[in-house]
Design a protein around this ligand. Structure first.
Ligand code: TXA
Ligand code: MG
Length: 359
């Protein structure tokens, strides 16, 4: 009996069949586990692996047939471009038709780390990766497992978040299994992701450079390197120009199955009471003291509740796991306390908006 059979007979995590999962040390990845994962990729398979942001669903990024398997596994519409993960700036340059001084500056400041740069695309990058765009998104993950895997395969890895299309990005290997089941050939379990929210995507071709997706690299950090960097505020992002510039950003994303009601702190308890009155399962996520008190008052009638840290980084780390857990608990309505309308909450606010958007 191999590992897969053992897991399959012992665990029923969801209705989906369970993939093969191998544990790996996130700081000192075992060479033999990496070699095994690299072999799966070299044979054209899909491997989910941890990064510092979220888990990625990896395939060889310069092999169009392999990349196609990612779209099939996620049921992601083709035309939504993927990020190529590389092990350093040198490999990134091989994917670009030109590499600007700005790209070098940002690479030096952020890589390895949660910044994805959109650069002019080189001819070796298949259309399957870019959705036919003349640009390509690249990043160097700050995670020993991800970089060891790229090095072992020897080529860039295409890797979107390892969730089914429109679902919540996975921040643990268990989330990957819940979302994709055995549509992935192998999952490397390196424990929970440090950031818990996706990378910041910046188009570095334009002047000023433009943020296409708020993420784990903060606006403050970006401005320290590129003071003029442009960001359309959250309220405009979905319908705005960034959506058109970054296909895949326009549709509903990051959504739990439960219907999300995003409510200000002042009406959070009222919203909880109203949702409970309907008589269907309700979950709640808060962050403030007031929100926490309201949750405490109704904890016994909620199917799931979480009071997340009151700082943006801590909150981001726990948010997607709370979404997965609310769904697991069978919540029909998820009442979420809105976060402060401050710039440092940009990425969290963006994800909450997407979780509530209907279209
Ligand atoms: O943190 C992350 O970025 C994770 C981990 C696994 O690295 N990956 C991730 O990939 O979030 P995905 O496919 O879920 O999101 C990729 C984002 C999308 O918003 C997509 O529109 C944008 O990057 N993107 C990719 N290529 C692009 C391009 N050539 N031009 C504009 N936007 C692009
Ligand atoms: Mg995604």
């Amino acid at each position: 009996m191999d590992a897969r059979d053992r897991i399959a007979t012992n665990v029923t995590l969801s209705s989906r069949p369970v993939p093969r999962v191998l544990a790996i040390d996130p700081d000192a990845p075992s060479a033999s586990v990496i070699a095994e994962a690299a072999l799966v990729l070299a044979r054209g398979g899909l491997v989910a692996f941890p990064t510092e942001t979220v888990y990625g669903l990896g395939a060889r990024g310069l092999v169009a047939e392999d990349v196609a398997k990612i779209f099939a596994a996620k049921e992601r519409p083709t035309g939504h471009p993927l990020i190529l993960h590389v092990d350093g700036e040198e490999m990134a340059k091989t994917l670009a038709s030109s590499w600007s001084a700005r790209a070098s500056r940002l690479a030096r400041a952020f890589w390895p780390g949660p910044l994805t740069m959109v650069v002019p695309r080189a001819e070796i990058v298949p259309d399957a990766v870019t959705g036919g765009l003349d640009s390509v998104a690249v990043r160097v993950p700050n995670h020993a497992v991800a970089r060891a895997l790229v090095r072992a395969v020897g080529t860039p890895l295409a890797a979107p978040s390892a969730n089914a299309h429109m679902h919540v990005s996975p921040t643990t290997a268990e989330h990957v299994v819940r979302s994709l089941g055995d549509r992935v050939d192998l999952v490397l379990d390196g424990g929970p992701c440090t950031h818990g929210i996706e990378s910041t995507v910046v188009d570095v071709r334009s002047d000023p450079p433009r943020v296409l997706r708020a993420g784990a690299a903060t606006l403050e950090m970006l401005r320290a390197i590129e003071p003029s960097v442009a960001y359309e505020t959250t309220a405009n992002t979905i319908a705005g120009e960034a959506a058109r510039a970054s296909p895949g950003m326009a549709s509903k994303h990051y959504a739990p199955r439960a219907t999300v009601a995003l409510v200000p702190t002042a009406s959070f308890e009222e919203a909880l009471v109203a949702a409970l009155a309907v008589g269907r399962p309700v979950a709640a996520i808060a962050w403030s003291e007031e929100g926490g008190t309201a949750i405490q008052a109704h904890a016994r009638t909620l199917v799931f509740d979480a009071v997340l840290p009151s700082d943006p980084a801590g909150y981001a780390r726990g948010l997607f796991a709370a979404f997965y857990d609310a769904d697991d608990a069978g919540a029909v309505t998820l009442v979420v306390e809105a976060v402060p309308a401050e710039e440092r909450w940009w990425a969290v606010a963006d994800r909450l908006r997407r979780a509530t958007s209907a279209g």
